[in-house]
Design a protein around this ligand. Sequence first.
Ligand code: FES
Length: 135
Amino acid sequence: MHTVRKISRKRFFIILGSILIFPFFYIWIASIQRHNKIQPGNKKLIYPLDLSAGVHFEDQIIIIKEAGKFTVLSSRCTHLGCKINKFENNQLICPCHGSAFDMEGSSVKGPAVKSLQKYSHSIDSKNKKLIVHLS
Ligand code: FES
């Protein structure tokens, strides 16, 4: 004889919620990782070596090329972390509260007091690439 076991509505929703929570967390974590280009194990960014002279605002870094020399700085303001996206009067300007940094990343106007993080880089002249080392 075949018996059908009844479950309460409350128990049904608890089971359904338990099943749905895992895909939700998976999608949520995947979207965070997609947003954050710098992932564990991916500690290098590669750019073409023939960038034009001047200031280049990338996703998480600022590349400055002057007289063939590169300087690579974090684009995150040391005040509250806004993305620096403006270059004016030879200074990098944060759009949030107006902090300014010189071309070496030193703070020249607050509220930020700390310098921007500077990243080391190397040049792969064979493949004509600029390799930025994030670690
Ligand atoms: S976050 Fe840049 S000045 Fe406040």
